[in-house]
Design a binder for this molecule. Sequence first.
Ligand SMILES: NC(=O)c1ccc[n+]([C@@H]2O[C@H](COP(=O)([O-])OP(=O)(O)OC[C@H]3O[C@@H](n4cnc5c(N)ncnc54)[C@H](OP(=O)(O)O)[C@@H]3O)[C@@H](O)[C@H]2O)c1
Length: 268
Amino acid sequence: MNSSLTNKAILLTGASAGIGRATAVALAQSGANVVLVARRQERLEALVTELAAYPGQRLAMAGDVGDEAFAQTAVAETVATFGRLDVLINNAGLGHRSHLADMPAADMHRLWDTNVMGLLYFTQAAIPQMKEQGSGHIINISSIVSQRPLPNMGLYCASKTAVNFLGRALRMELRPYHICVTTVYPGRTVTEFGDALLGQKGANPSRLARVSADRVAQAILKAMHTGKTEVYITWTDWLFAHGNRLFPGATDWLVERIASRRSTGHRA
Ligand SMILES: NC(=O)c1ccc[n+]([C@@H]2O[C@H](COP(=O)([O-])OP(=O)(O)OC[C@H]3O[C@@H](n4cnc5c(N)ncnc54)[C@H](OP(=O)(O)O)[C@@H]3O)[C@@H](O)[C@H]2O)c1
């Protein structure tokens, strides 16, 4: 067991599936106290039961991250139960597959409320406690596609770019209070993300490599120990991000080519 997480109080959003669930398991295996947030209560309760075998305590808090009052309640409950809040992991997220021209306003609001407003509400709720403690770590789960837009995912990509910029601004604002801010950029990961998409649901037909949710979870735990501010999961993700910055025209060409092969039935 990694004893440095023993007695730590960690608030994790999006804990009922995918990367969040894998992170909850890894944190419990390290002995951390974890407040598990998502909308599906039965899943959270089953996870609390499953993780009871590990040292530390887990608490289920069902609610929508896009509800500001819920964010305040979740943080207050964390502090009431564990006396502190060491790490906030803003992981809850939602994607879409649709042309921007066709996206219903209700879907646009739902995606933005989850990916951006939810992160802001939980972050704002957590900061006063972290300032009072004189320490804290906020870990935001972005995406490699925040580095450049992809067709049919435009609003999702933009929401994750917002996550990156908010993280960088917060990092500077919170440094004097010894609060660290990390942004994690997963690439394609095996989770339920494709099933939950707004618009056209279903698995992404791309042949691009996918990593396991456990691998992303391990990278999140490592960042907790190292305090690294920008985390890529694979070297190809890093290359994609930095290559895009150096050669934006070439990556546009590549992405458009892959997208058009997909729409003509070829697999990328
Ligand atoms: N999978 C990928 O390829 C990939 C790649 C890059 C980045 N990411 C990012 O990684 C994060 C986790 O995604 P995932 O792949 O693990 O997807 P997932 O398997 O669909 O899990 C998403 C989690 O977010 C929760 N959630 C969604 N909307 C919520 C809301 N309004 N309020 C509270 N909880 C909500 C879901 O729980 P409930 O439905 O129970 O509320 C679930 O626990 C997201 O931020 C995503 O953008 C994923």
